[in-house]
Design a protein around this ligand. Structure first.
Ligand code: NAP
Length: 472
């Protein structure tokens, strides 16, 4: 063996590579805290992952190179085109799928470990325990993520599919079966049948936990399953004595948990309530323009009138929401903002943390349309500004502007922080109908005297306003 090979395969050298890789993961992650540094952060973390893969492959214990090359080739051939082609609105299901693959890899590794060691014979108890934990949680995450993908891709019905009152009892029983089988294996059973039954129980559990949750809650579920995958990968790292897996798994587990919590807080929902399911099934309550349950009436306006109002405003705040994403109106919005700015109107964008259907949804779309970052204002910064705003232009946003969050204690969104657009002098809302948004509730903002509705698809409505503006 050449000196170079001895050096490259030295355990200390491999550990140094791992440490550099972790450093890059953490440095890259810190870049994701702002849109300006996010792309660079992603690249840095990707270089870290490449180093970790190289370090793992250098390890003398790694075997069949041909199989590894085939695996890498298949992964690359599927992953790169999928990631390039995916539409921004389909990103949550893409993340679900990738997360599911991670969980799948973890439970397969645990299974291989079980077979390799002849049912953990001669391995310390802690290795068996961590490996069994990884197998169960990885399997739950794999199946749960696939159900989440199916719901978001509309391959499965988005509405909650539940067993009714017995749901939690059945879930508890299936979980107890999986844990019971794991205990039997850790206690010394070498039976592969038991291991497979345990994986099946975990698979059933993954399905049972996610099926009752409505399609619209899926982004939170995906974030939670992401945390599960991270934890299971870290457990695999302990079992395989692989520090890269431990650190990467813990980073994913921690960031997934923090993100899940942030989303739940921003939606004013508790995580147990989300997991219990039955909310946001995607069903839309019908509604027509005109008199609403509020007892008031709505005022509808035209693109020409909106253009006049905007042209003579000093400050306009654009409030984007899910409808802007659906209509892919971000470029049209940017054009309108440019036209207003050329007339001396100050334009800002109000970004609610859960506008759209995934964290950072609006930031990503507006960045794609080259909106300057400094114009994007977070909720806490923009709320005091609404009182000085002449026109708030709400584009396909609904729940994140609903004053019921402050005024109606019986509302499902009561307590959720909102963008306080109703404080501005005038509010224009662009949406196609009076249909509600994600939470399925009416928005009292639409019945306020200062609010006017411009009904239509966000992209064409915004384009019409810009065209009218040119005539003023
Ligand atoms: P929203 O409350 O879901 O409302 C979106 C509105 O967009 C709808 O009322 C719809 O009305 C309109 N719309 C749809 N397509 C349109 C089009 N082509 N042109 C114009 N308008 C269109 O959206 P949001 O205000 O952004 O609030 C997000 C909601 O999602 C919150 O309740 C949040 O809790 C939830 N959520 C967010 C996340 C996240 O991470 N961001 C995750 C899970 C859940 P019409 O049908 O009348 O057009």
């Amino acid at each position: 063996m050449s000196l170079a090979t001895v050096f490259l395969q030295d355990q200390n050298f491999i550990h140094v590579l791992y440490i550099v890789a972790f450093g890059l993961f953490i440095y890259g992650l810190s870049g994701l805290t702002g849109p300006r540094t996010a792309v660079r952060g992603n690249r840095i973390a990707a270089v870290g992952m490449l180093l970790a893969v190289i370090a793992t492959l250098l390890d003398r214990r790694e075997g069949n190179w041909a199989l590894i090359v085939v695996g890498v080739a298949i992964g690359t051939a599927v992953g790169i085109p999928a990631a390039r082609r995916v539409k921004m609105t389909a990103m949550p299901q893409m993340v679900a799928l990738f997360n599911g693959v991670g969980g799948g890899a973890v439970f397969l590794i645990a299974w291989a470990e079980f077979r390799d060691s002849g049912g953990y014979s001669g391995t310390p108890l802690y290795v068996a325990v961590f490996s069994l934990f990884a197998a169960i949680v990885g399997s739950v995450s794999f199946w749960g993520s696939n159900i989440a993908f199916g719901k978001l891709q509309e391959l499965l019905p988005g509405r909650p599919i539940t067993l009714g009152r017995s749901q939690q009892l059945v879930n508890g029983l299936v979980a107890a079966v999986a844990v019971g089988l794991a205990v039997a294996i850790a206690a010394g059973s070498h039976s592969q049948l038991l291991f497979i039954l345990m994986l099946i129980a975990a698979a059933v559990l993954g399905n049972l936990v996610v099926l009752p949750i409505g399609g619209a809650d899926m982004p939170v579920v995906i974030s939670l399953l992401n945390a599960f995958t991270g934890l299971s990968a870290a457990a695999t790292g302990v079992a395989l004595d692989n520090p890269a897996l431990i650190v990467a798994g813990m980073i994913v587990g921690a960031s997934g948990s923090i993100l899940t919590n942030l989303m739940a807080v921003a939606m004013n929902r508790s995580i147990p309530a989300i997991i219990a399911g039955g909310f946001g099934g995607g069903g839309v309550v019908g509604g027509a323009s005109g008199a609403g349950a509020q007892g008031g009436s709505v005022r509808s306006t035209s693109a020409a009138d909106v253009a006049v109002q905007l042209a003579y405003a000093r400050q306009v705040v654009i409030v984007p929401g899910y409808g802007m994403a659906v209509a892919q109106a971000q470029h049209a919005v940017r054009e309108l903002a440019k036209a207003l700015e050329s007339r001396g109107v100050e334009v800002k964008y109000a970004i609610h943390p859960v506008a759209g259907r995934m964290p950072g949804h609006m930031n990503v779309l507006l960045a794609e349309a080259d909106v300057p970052y400094e114009q994007l204002k977070e909720m806490d910064d923009i709320n005091p500004e609404f009182a000085r705003t002449d026109v708030s232009l709400v584009i396909g946003a609904n729940d994140v502007t609903n004053p019921a969050a402050h005024t109606n204690p019986s509302s499902p969104i009561y307590g959720m922080p909102i963008l306080e657009v109703e404080n501005s002098r005038s509010v224009i809302v662009i949406k196609r109908s009076m249909n509600p948004g994600f939470a399925g509730i009416e928005n009292e903002l639409y019945y306020k005297p200062a609010t006017a509705m411009l009904f239509g698809d966000a992209k064409s409505a915004v384009t019409d306003i810009t065209a009218e503006l040119a005539n003023i």
